[in-house]
Design a protein around this ligand. Structure first.
Ligand code: SAM
Length: 275
């Protein structure tokens, strides 16, 4: 069964046929991967076989594994995900590492997350920093429904707001930490994206407005200047090769800026402070 599943996904040119076959067959049997290997000689019922086939066919159409299983791990916790919500990425965990090290130097009691998605960043920061005030904004009602249910399941105190960017917050209340993983792909690059991303993940989570690749850098610079407390810090995820332009725009906005590399060596996170 596993070998056939692997061959099928190899033919369909999915990302990691061996791993995905194991995950999906395990999921169809209600097991995790370790339990699957411990029960390799267990007989499979016709119902389980039909379920496994259905999941493999979905993956064969390049639906992300996380949408099929309904879950993705982020910073050691399991988050519900589904269509309408970006699948949390491992590189985004760098923002949590940086926030934890800032918090160790000087505790951060208030956190603002722009573009909550599944809530992975806001919820993880609420739990890791024990920050009493965490606010997360998203323009997508579908994303906020998932984020709220993740916060409840993980017992995290986060206030979720439906709205358009940092401006969704009314009065200028200062935050000690602002985080964001904003959309950063130009729509003209859509054709070069993997089908798993382009055809399945929500376009409002992926793409900047057409012809305006600096849209989010400009808005988040303004938010950093207006909404950070005096020793506040903003940590913003960047796309490949976005760092030079991001640094230039931050300096032009009168902010202090530096970048941090992810574990693949990419300048992934922009750190901003008020001058
Ligand atoms: C790249 S995803 C990041 C999601 C999540 N923070 C993560 O790291 O997995 C960007 C998120 O920004 C949201 N978004 C897009 N435009 C927005 C806007 N104008 N105002 C607020 N949120 C927006 C999208 O709905 C999406 O959830």
């Amino acid at each position: 069964m596993l070998a056939r599943a692997r061959e099928f996904l190899t033919r369909k040119a999915t990302d990691a046929p061996r791993l995905e076959a194991e995950l999906l067959v395990a999921h169809s049997l209600g097991l995790d991967r370790l339990q699957l290997f411990l029960q390799l000689d267990r007989p499979i019922t016709a119902v389980e076989l039909a379920k496994a086939r259905e999941l493999l066919l979905r993956r064969g159409k390049h639906e992300p594994v996380a949408y099929i299983t309904g879950r993705r791990e982020f910073y050691g916790r399991s988050f519900a995900v589904g269509r309408g919500v970006l699948v949390p990425r491992p590189e985004t965990e760098l923002i949590v590492d940086l926030a934890r090290s800032l918090h160790a130097q000087s505790p951060r009691a208030s956190v603002l997350d722009i573009g909550a998605g599944s809530g992975c960043l806001a919820i993880t920061l609420a739990l890791e920093l024990s920050a009493p005030r965490v606010v997360a904004v998203d323009i997508s009602p579908a994303a906020l429904t998932v984020a709220r249910s993740n916060a409840a399941a993980l017992a995290a105190q986060v206030e979720f707001l439906l709205g358009d960017g940092p401006e969704a917050l009314g009065a200028a209340e200062p935050f000690e930490l602002l985080v964001s993983n904003p959309p950063y792909i130009d729509p003209s690059e859509a054709a070069s994206l993997a089908p798993d991303v382009r055809d399945w993940e929500p376009s409002e989570a992926l793409f900047t407005p057409a012809g305006d690749p600096d849209h989010w850098l400009v808005r988040l610079n303004r938010a950093a200047a207006e909404r950070l407390s005096a020793d506040g810090v903003a940590l913003i995820e960047l796309g490949h090769q976005q760092a030079p332009r991001a640094l230039e725009l931050a300096l032009a906005a009168g902010l202090r800026a530096r970048t941090h590399r992810d574990y693949g060596g990419v300048e992934r996170v922009l750190e901003l402070r008020r001058a």
